[in-house]
Unconditional design. Structure first.
Length: 437
C-alpha cells in the first residue's frame, strides 16, 4: 500500500550527450560470470517484454555531458516478499570513442507486511435473527516495533446496527519473541429488517438460496499506516417467526367433570432452530406433550394438544402465551364455558375386596339425570378386565335415577401370585395358592 522512490545516479565525464535505454533482463546474471552472462543476454535479446509491474521508471533518457543524471525508480508493492529486478542501461554503439559500456544495475526489493492487521479476514456470524443482540470479538494485531492507534470505522449502511467497544485503542507492539501485539474489540450487532434494505448493495445468496446474506467490508483506520486494514462482516439474516394454525380457541360448553382438547399446529418459518413452550398456564388448562416445550428445526411443524377442564360453572376467558428461545411471545385467546354435567353418578371410584379367580364381587352405583331433557348413556369397560356392567345402555328422563350393577369376576390370578405368596409366607406355599385355574 505504500510507495518508495530511490534514484539511480549517472555521472557523465564526457562532452557529448549520451542517450540511453533501460531494459529489464529476464534472469539475474551470475556474479562470477557477470560480463559473459550480460553479453549473452544482449546477443540473444533476452529482455522482458513487459517489465516488473511494481517497479516504475522512465525507460529512455539522456545523460548530459559533464553532468550528473538522476533516474527515479519507484516501488509500489502489492504483497510481502523479496524481489530482485535486473536492469541494463544500454547506450547506442559507435556514438563516440572511447565507447561507454552498458551499465548493469540490480534492484533488490524487500517488502514487509503492514504492521497492523485483523486476525480474521472474514468475520462470519452465520445465521442471526432480527431484533436479537449478537456479540463477536474482533482481534487486531500489530507486528510493528511501536504501539499504533487503531479505530474501527462503521460503514454508513451499518450505522445503528453495529458498534464497537471501545471505539479506539492502541495496539501494543510485538514482544521480544516476535509475537505480534493483540487487542480485542467487542463488536455488537442488533439487526432488523431495515438492515437488509440499507445493505442492498452488499447482498449475496445465502445457504437458503435467497438474497438474505450480507457481506460488508469494514475498515480499521490506522493513522500511521498508509494501507487501510479491512475485514469483511458476513451474516445471514432471518425472521424469527412462528406460524400458528389458530390464534383463538373457543372450547365452547364443557362439563366441569370433563375436558375438551383442541389441536394447535406450530410451524417454524425461521432459518434457525428454536425452542418453544408455555411457561405458565391458567388453572384447568394443560398442554401436551410436556407443556409444549420442544425444539423446532427450520421449517418443522409440530402439533400440540390444548386441553381445557373447567372447575366451575362459569364463563372463562383467558390467554395462553407461547414463548420462544428468542423471548418472542405469541398470545392465544381462549374462550370456554363450564356447565354442570347432565348425568351424576353416586360414586366415582369403586374399590373391590379381594376376589379369587372364578368368584364374583358386585357393587351398585346410581346414575341420575339432573338436566331438563332426556339423556342417554353407554358404559364401556376394558377387555380382559373382569368387569361386567349392567345395564350397558340406558336412557333417563329428566330427574330419573337408575341403578347400575358393576361385577368384578377375575378370569385368572395375578401372574406373580405364587411369588407373592412365597414372599409373604417365607417360602411356604399351599396347594390352593399353587393351583392354576
Amino acid at each position: 500500500g505504500e510507495a518508495l522512490t530511490r534514484q539511480i545516479v549517472l555521472v557523465h565525464s564526457g562532452a557529448l550527450d549520451a542517450p540511453f535505454t533501460i531494459r529489464q533482463l529476464r534472469a539475474v546474471p551470475n556474479q562470477e560470470t557477470l560480463l559473459d552472462d550480460i553479453r549473452e543476454a544482449v546477443k540473444n535479446d533476452a529482455f522482458m517484454e513487459f517489465p516488473e509491474p511494481t517497479i516504475s521508471y522512465e525507460p529512455d533518457g539522456i545523460a548530459r555531458g559533464y553532468s550528473t543524471t538522476k533516474i527515479d525508480v519507484t516501488l509500489t508493492p502489492v504483497s510481502p516478499g523479496i524481489t530482485e529486478v535486473p536492469l541494463l542501461l544500454v547506450f547506442p554503439k559507435h556514438l563516440s570513442k572511447p565507447q561507454s559500456s552498458d551499465v548493469y544495475i540490480l534492484l533488490r526489493c524487500c517488502v514487509h507486511a503492514v504492521p497492523v492487521f485483523v486476525e480474521e479476514d472474514v468475520t462470519d456470524l452465520r445465521c442471526c435473527n432480527f431484533a436479537q443482540l449478537y456479540s463477536q470479538v474482533i482481534a487486531v494485531r500489530n507486528r510493528g516495533k511501536v504501539a499504533l492507534k487503531a479505530r474501527p470505522m462503521v460503514p454508513a449502511c451499518l450505522q445503528g446496527f453495529v458498534k464497537f467497544t471501545p471505539d479506539m485503542a492502541y495496539v501494543q507492539a510485538r514482544d521480544r519473541d516476535g509475537l505480534a501485539g493483540r487487542f480485542e474489540f467487542q463488536m455488537k450487532m442488533e439487526p432488523d429488517a431495515k438492515m437488509l434494505e440499507r445493505c442492498a448493495d452488499f447482498l449475496v445468496e445465502g445457504s437458503s438460496g435467497e438474497l438474505d446474506t450480507v457481506e460488508v467490508p469494514i475498515r480499521v483506520g490506522v493513522p500511521d499506516q498508509t494501507l487501510p486494514v479491512v475485514f469483511t462482516l458476513r451474516v445471514q439474516l432471518t425472521q424469527p417467526d412462528l406460524i400458528l394454525d389458530k390464534t383463538t380457541i373457543d372450547f365452547g360448553p364443557c362439563p366441569i367433570s370433563d375436558a375438551i382438547s383442541f389441536p394447535l399446529g406450530v410451524t417454524n418459518s425461521s432459518a434457525l432452530p428454536t425452542r418453544i413452550g408455555f411457561l405458565q398456564v391458567p388453572r384447568g388448562v394443560s398442554i401436551s406433550p410436556q407443556m409444549g416445550i420442544c425444539s423446532l428445526l427450520p421449517g418443522e411443524r409440530r402439533e400440540l394438544s390444548v386441553s381445557f377442564s373447567p372447575y366451575a360453572t362459569n364463563d372463562f376467558k383467558f390467554k395462553l402465551q407461547l414463548t420462544t428461545s428468542a423471548n418472542t411471545k405469541y398470545p392465544i385467546s381462549c374462550l370456554g364455558t363450564g356447565i354442570s354435567p347432565p348425568l351424576e353418578f353416586s360414586c366415582s371410584s369403586l374399590v373391590f375386596r379381594a376376589c379369587a379367580p372364578g368368584d364374583r364381587v358386585s357393587h351398585n352405583i346410581f346414575c341420575t339425570n339432573v338436566s331438563k331433557e332426556p339423556r342417554s348413556f353407554q358404559l364401556l369397560v376394558a377387555r380382559q378386565s373382569g368387569l361386567k356392567v349392567s345395564p350397558v345402555v340406558a336412557t333417563l328422563q329428566p330427574g330419573q335415577t337408575t341403578r347400575v350393577q358393576v361385577d368384578f369376576c377375575p378370569v385368572h390370578g395375578p401372574p406373580d401370585l405364587q411369588t407373592m405368596a412365597q414372599r409373604k409366607t417365607n417360602g411356604r406355599t399351599s396347594s390352593v395358592l399353587s393351583k392354576t385355574p
